[in-house]
Design a protein. Structure first.
Length: 396
C-alpha cells in the first residue's frame, strides 16, 4: 500500500501524519483503502465501493489526477472515523483537492463509521486536522473544493462537513420521491393530468406489437443499451448546441466499466423501452437497498415523442423497482420540470471551498462573492447576462 503523509517517515517506508485529535493517512490505491474500511457504509449510492472502484480505476492518472484517499481515525484510540474519497489535480497552476468526481458524481460525501463526529465542535477539529495534513502532504495543496454534499446522509446521520463554518448553500439541490409501501397510492398523489398522460403514453407505446419494458440483467445486453444511450444523448446535446462530456473516451470507459461489473450484483440498474431491437428510451441508475438513484436517461427523439418515452421509462422503472423493495427514488440534481411532475421533494446540499495556501484565496473570495450574489436572484440573472453566459438549466 502507498501511504502519504505530512509528518515523519517510519522505518518501513510508510509515512503517517499524527494530528492533534485525528490521525490522517493518505492512500493512493482505492482497493487498499476499501480493504481497511470495509465496515463503512455508503453515504449516498455514489459512495458505494463499486462506483468508487470503477472511478479510480478509470480516472486515476488521467489529466494529472492523483488519488489522495483520506483515512481518518481517532488519534487517541485508533478507531476509524471516516474515509474521504479524494483526488488532487493541477488546474491553472493551482493544486486542488476535491472528491473523486470530475462531473460524474451528483452527490459527494464523506464515508463515516459509528465513531464519526456528530456535532459542530468535533467536526471543526476533524476539518482543522485534515487541512493541516493536506498542507504538509508531499506536493502540498492550495485549495480544497467539496461541492454538492447532502446535509443528511443515507442512514439519517448529519454530514459533519455540513456543520462547518466553511460550508455554504449549494446552488443545486437533490430531488427525491419517497413512495411508501403502496405504489398505487403514490400514483394517485400525482396531478391528475400527469397521471392520465402517463396512462395514455403507455397505451400509445404498446400499440406496437413488439413494444416492451424491461430491466436488463444480462451484461452484454446492458452494454448494448448503454451504447444506444450514448448515441441518443450525444445527438440530443448536439441538437441543443451543448458540450457533452460524458461520451469522451475516459467517461465512456468509466460507464462501461460500471455497467459491465455492476449489473450482475444489482447495484447498477439498466432499464429500457424497446420495439424489436430499437431502444426507444433508456435509463441508467444505481441502487443501494431501498434507495434507487437515476444517473443517465435518453430517448430516441422526435420519432417517439407521441408517447413521452422519457417520462414513461421513469414511471415504469419506479413501478418495477417498487415491487423489489425500493421506496426512495432519487431524481438527482437540477430542477427540471418533469421532476416536479413526479412530486419530488428538494434535498438541501452544501458546498465547501477553503484555501490551503495563499494561492487558493482568490478562488475562495470569488466563491463568497458568488454565494452572496445568489441571495439576490434578479441581480444574479442580470450578472449572467452581462457576462454573456446562458440561462441556468433549471426549468421554471
Amino acid at each position: 500500500m502507498v501511504v502519504l503523509t505530512a509528518a515523519a517517515e517510519k522505518p518501513d517506508g510508510r509515512e503517517i501524519h499524527h494530528a492533534r485529535r485525528f490521525r490522517i493517512e493518505f492512500v493512493r490505491e482505492w482497493k487498499q483503502a476499501a480493504a481497511r474500511c470495509s465496515d463503512i457504509s455508503p453515504a449516498t449510492p455514489f459512495q458505494h465501493p463499486q462506483w468508487l472502484d470503477a472511478w479510480y480505476r478509470t480516472f486515476a492518472g488521467v489529466d494529472d489526477v492523483e488519488p489522495l484517499i483520506a483515512i481518518i481515525s481517532d488519534a487517541a484510540t485508533g478507531e476509524q472515523v471516516a474515509l474521504l474519497p479524494l483526488i488532487c489535480r493541477l488546474q491553472k497552476g493551482i493544486r486542488i483537492v476535491e472528491f473523486a468526481d470530475l462531473g460524474t458524481t451528483d452527490y459527494n460525501a464523506p464515508m463515516l463509521t459509528a465513531a464519526a463526529p456528530r456535532d459542530a465542535r468535533a467536526a471543526r477539529a476533524l476539518w482543522r486536522d485534515l487541512k493541516a495534513a493536506l498542507r504538509r502532504a508531499p506536493g502540498g495543496a492550495d485549495l480544497i473544493r467539496l461541492p454538492r454534499m447532502p446535509v443528511e446522509l443515507e442512514d439519517g446521520r448529519p454530514n459533519p462537513l455540513a456543520l462547518l463554518d466553511d460550508a455554504g448553500p449549494c446552488s443545486l439541490n437533490g430531488n427525491v420521491v419517497t413512495t411508501g409501501d403502496d405504489f398505487d397510492a403514490y400514483r394517485y398523489s400525482l396531478d391528475r393530468t400527469v397521471r392520465k398522460e402517463l396512462e395514455r403514453s403507455w397505451r400509445v407505446f404498446t400499440r406496437h406489437p413488439t413494444a416492451a419494458f424491461k430491466i436488463v440483467t444480462d451484461k452484454n445486453e446492458a452494454l448494448r443499451i448503454l451504447s444506444a444511450m450514448e448515441i441518443q444523448q450525444g445527438t440530443r446535446m448536439q441538437h441543443l448546441g451543448l458540450n457533452f462530456v460524458l461520451n469522451d473516451a475516459t467517461c465512456a470507459a468509466f460507464y462501461r466499466d460500471l455497467v459491465g461489473r455492476g449489473v450482475d450484483s444489482g447495484y447498477v440498474v439498466v432499464s429500457a423501452l424497446t420495439v424489436r431491437e430499437e431502444v426507444v428510451a433508456a435509463l441508467l441508475g444505481i441502487r443501494v437497498g431501498s434507495h434507487y438513484l437515476m444517473v443517465r436517461i435518453s430517448n430516441a427523439g422526435e420519432k417517439w415523442s407521441n408517447c413521452s418515452p422519457g417520462r414513461l421509462i421513469i414511471e415504469r422503472t419506479m413501478a418495477a423497482l417498487h415491487k423489489e423493495g425500493v421506496r426512495k427514488f432519487d431524481f438527482s440534481v437540477v430542477n427540471y420540470a418533469y421532476k416536479r411532475r413526479f412530486g419530488v421533494a428538494h434535498i438541501q446540499l452544501v458546498d465547501i471551498l477553503a484555501a490551503l495556501s495563499w494561492r487558493g484565496w482568490p478562488y475562495v473570495l470569488r466563491d463568497r462573492a458568488a454565494r452572496e450574489l445568489r441571495r439576490h436572484p434578479r441581480l444574479a440573472a442580470y450578472a449572467r447576462r452581462m457576462l454573456g453566459r446562458p440561462p441556468r438549466r433549471d426549468e421554471n
